[in-house]
Design a protein around this ligand. Structure first.
Ligand SMILES: C[C@@]1(CC(=O)O)c2cc3[nH]c(cc4nc(cc5[nH]c(cc(n2)[C@H]1CCC(=O)O)[C@@](C)(CC(=O)O)[C@@H]5CCC(=O)O)C(CC(=O)O)=C4CCC(=O)O)c(CCC(=O)O)c3CC(=O)O
Ligand SMILES: NC(=O)C1=CN([C@@H]2O[C@H](COP(=O)(O)OP(=O)(O)OC[C@H]3O[C@@H](n4cnc5c(N)ncnc54)[C@H](O)[C@@H]3O)[C@@H](O)[C@H]2O)C=CC1
Length: 213
């Protein structure tokens, strides 16, 4: 499997199963795609505008019934508690040419990763299905460890432009950018905002006498 970033605006994502897993997948997609959840019951988290719901018992549904429900889907997610049903949904999705993610049953052709997203970055973590607790653990660890990552990216972006004006050697510029990333104090300064942190970093690494890198 390989990671891709896909623009789902105006795409239709059809999710089977209105439990905790179906609700999590719906929240994941509903910021961007049109989302329909099909289930015989729905958790309260799914009872909100922006998510279309179809109440249906799918166990006895024939292929034609399933095909009708996914007819214009770009991606189909099976998140019912019945792996046999999930696998049938997967076969229908494949024959309709839609991508398929299976929350429980035979693996589909799409896995949903843990995602850490800021204004200027996106990290997706996966174990390929081996241990879903690990991507979540890593997400929580990284969120806690780097609460100001967006600010650091802003500082780095500005620094790399400004360094081009005053330092001719690319190797030297690279060394400074990397030294800032490894400097615990630089990370601590970020909590006071981008401007203040930038000034202190500039002073330490460029205009000041102290060049610790
Ligand atoms: C294969 C995959 C299919 C798919 O859904 O795409 C899948 C499958 C299964 N997960 C199960 C259980 C758990 N899933 C989580 C958490 C997440 N699971 C997610 C993805 C995936 N889960 C895909 C592979 C991802 C990968 O590894 O790369 C995340 C990343 C994204 C998301 O779902 O939103 C999200 C974290 C989001 C976040 O918080 O950042 C936790 C942890 C927890 O919640 O604390 C547990 C309990 C602990 C455990 O069992 O590990 C079970 C039932 C096992 C059983 O019956 O015991 C199955 C079915 C099976 O294994 O057959
Ligand atoms: N992929 C993942 O990240 C995870 C997957 N799982 C697995 O995913 C499955 C779903 O988990 P939960 O949401 O916690 O289960 P749940 O039991 O809370 O929800 C299942 C949903 O599917 C619906 N459903 C079941 N059979 C149906 C049918 N015949 N027709 C229509 N709707 C039907 C139910 O009404 C319910 O809304 C479980 O098998 C679980 O082991 C569990 C944890 C994480």
């Amino acid at each position: 499997m390989i990671p891709l970033m896909i623009d789902l605006a105006a795409r239709h994502v059809v999710i089977f199963g209105g439990g905790a897993v179906g609700a999590r997948k719906a929240a994941f997609f509903s910021g961007e795609a049109r989302v329909t959840v099909i289930s015989r019951s729905f958790l309260p988290a799914l009872l909100r505008p922006g998510i279309e719901r179809i109440e249906a018992e799918c166990a006895g549904m024939d292929e034609a019934g399933l095909n009708h429900l996914i007819r214009d889907a770009f991606l189909v997610v099976a998140a019912t508690s019945d792996p046999g049903l999930n696998d049938r949904i997967g076969r229908a999705a494949r024959s309709a040419g839609a991508l398929f993610n299976n929350a429980d049953g035979e693996a589909g052709d799409v896995l949903i990763p843990s995602v850490i997203r800021g204004e200027r970055y996106l990290v997706a973590l996966s174990t390929g299905g081996a241990s879903p607790a690990v991507p979540r653990f890593l997400r929580e660890h990284l969120e806690e460890r780097f609460p100001h990552l967006d600010t650091m990216i802003g500082v780095q972006a500005r620094l790399r432009e400004d360094l081009k004006e005053c330092i001719g050697s690319q190797e030297e510029r690279q060394r400074i950018l990397r030294a800032v990333l490894r400097d615990p104090e630089a990370w601590a300064w970020l909590s006071s905002g981008e401007e203040g942190a930038y000034q202190r970093i500039w002073e330490r690494y460029i205009s000041g006498k102290d060049t610790p890198y």
